[in-house]
Design a protein around this ligand. Structure first.
Ligand code: GLN
Length: 468
């Protein structure tokens, strides 16, 4: 049997009804990886033997008549910057090429409690910095929809693995769009939770005030299942929240939806514009009330993000010094060990951001750059607060364009940064947002972004379900 098109729910029902076993479906996914991943390169490492062992245990439970969770025996893939005990965790970097995770991230621990199956680790832009996976030290991932195009990034491996049917679901991380933008480019669903909803413990820190772990799935229903399993307070993450995500009442009739006019200006591909407008119309036809709103500081979001993010990157990545973790190069003294290790171990984009961040934080420049960027961040958050006093949800394109070709933006970092224009404001404000595929115009997948109030994931998910 082929399980590539099955949702989590369908796989679960099949397992419970004993139509197939977890071992069978795990083998099927592993076979598909062997067959397809040479061309796609979504995976950096596989966990085949252990995965089969995990599946056998679930099959044993089922044969004993034990009740199983909806995620039990369901095979997933994990972005390689999230720690899974005893598996490699390279973050797509040479500096961690041989690094093995010593413990489980909290999100992984929770999925292990549900008895999900871990097939392997997926490719990403080095330390999650990028929008195409072209910054991976181990070579890019191809978009399964068109192998000449990027899958988006930085969670490109996870999005491609889901799209190509090489896993039932995958985990990504999102600091400025890295779950939503690849989901949009590959035609799958990606949810970036509210900052604090899912523990960051065991996620390699890129920019700690922005990072979140979230699911990449085939359907909205699946995204909800995985989100529910991972969300919750964690003592090991001081920024995680202490209350459960509320299950909100939902009715599409009368739901107030805002369309931020700043997201529909020049730079937006007309095909994306058309597809998103059609989706908005669908919501209107379903009974939602649509109104144009303004988020006036949108044009400052990228500048603010590209100061705050590198500042945090420069501090977070100081730990990769050749002493504590991974690669270590010799040198005559301690400082040359640091320099030689980082020169050899870190790629160009990572070094660029470390330098930009160190500059923005340095004496004399701190007020002009970092502090100013934080003030702009507060204004962006206020824009959203004002908008959400009038409307319940916001609809925007996830990305101004569809998946681009390899090499198209690698020569110009700024062109690459512009790919994040619709996703970074959400991270700066700490809001939840989902990207769901809409009916494409022009062949390539297009993602609709639905943004909700803080901790109102359930409203986003319910609205997303309406668009079938
Ligand atoms: N593409 C964005 C960047 O390069 C977002 C990365 C992310 O969300 N991890 O920073």
């Amino acid at each position: 049997m082929e399980f590539d098109q099955f949702t989590i729910k369908q796989l679960h029902e099949g397992l419970v009804k004993k139509e197939f076993s977890s071992t069978e479906l795990t083998s099927d996914f592993l076979n598909r990886i062997r067959e397809k991943d040479k061309a796609i390169h979504a995976f950096l490492s596989l966990n085949s033997e252990e995965a089969i062992g995990q599946a056998e245990k679930v099959d044993e439970m089922i044969s004993q008549g034990e009740k199983i969770d909806v995620l039990s025996g369901i095979p997933c893939a994990v972005k390689d910057n999230i720690l899974v005990e005893n598996l490699p965790a390279t973050a797509g970097s040479k500096i961690l090429e041989n690094y093995i995770a010593p413990y489980d991230a909290t999100a992984i621990k929770k999925l292990k409690e549900k008895k999900s199956i871990f097939l392997g680790k997926t490719n990403l832009d080095e330390f999650a910095m990028g929008s195409s996976t072209e910054n991976s030290a181990f070579g890019p991932t191809k978009n399964p929809v068109d192998l000449n195009r990027v899958p988006g990034g930085s969670s490109g491996g996870s999005a491609a693995a889901v799209k190509a049917g090489m896993c039932a679901f995958a985990l990504g991380s999102d600091t400025g769009g890295s779950i939503r933008q690849p989901a949009s480019f590959c035609g799958v669903v990606g949810l970036k939770p509210t900052y604090g909803a899912v523990s960051r413990y065991g996620l390699m820190a890129m920019a700690s005030s922005l990072d979140q772990i979230g699911p990449i799935t085939k359907t909205v229903e699946d995204a909800e299942i995985v989100f529910d399993a991972m969300a919750g307070y964690d003592l090991l993450d001081s920024t995680s929240v202490k209350f459960p995500i509320p299950d909100l009442r939902f009715k599409i009739q009368g739901l107030r939806i805002g369309i931020p006019k700043e997201y529909f200006q020049k730079g937006l591909d007309p095909k994306v514009d058309e597809a998103i407008k059609k989706a908005i119309k669908q919501f209107e036809d379903l009974g939602a009330s649509i109104e144009e709103i303004s988020l006036p500081h949108t044009s400052d979001a990228l500048a603010s993000y590209y100061l705050i993010m590198p500042s945090e990157v420069s501090a977070n990545l100081a730990r990769y010094d050749g002493i504590k973790y991974g690669l270590s190069k010799e040198g005559d003294d301690l400082i040359s060990v640091y320099l030689n290790t980082r020169k050899e171990g870190l790629g160009q984009e990572v070094r660029r951001r470390v330098m930009l961040g160190a500059y923005a934080l340095s004496a004399g420049y701190y007020d002009a750059f970092y502090l100013k960027a934080q003030k702009v961040r507060a204004l962006i958050k206020q824009d959203f607060e004002k908008a959400f006093s009038k409307v319940d949800l916001l609809l925007t394109p996830t990305s101004p364009q569809t998946a681009f070709k390899f090499g198209e933006k690698t020569a110009d970092p700024l062109a690459m940064y512009l790919a994040d224009i619709y996703t970074v404001p959400v991270n700066l404000a700490g809001l939840p947002a989902i990207s769901i595929p809409v009916e494409p115009v022009g062949g390539l997948p297009i993602g609709l972004q639905i943004i909700g109030r803080w901790f109102e994931e359930k409203l986003i998910l319910k609205a997303a379900q309406e668009l079938k």
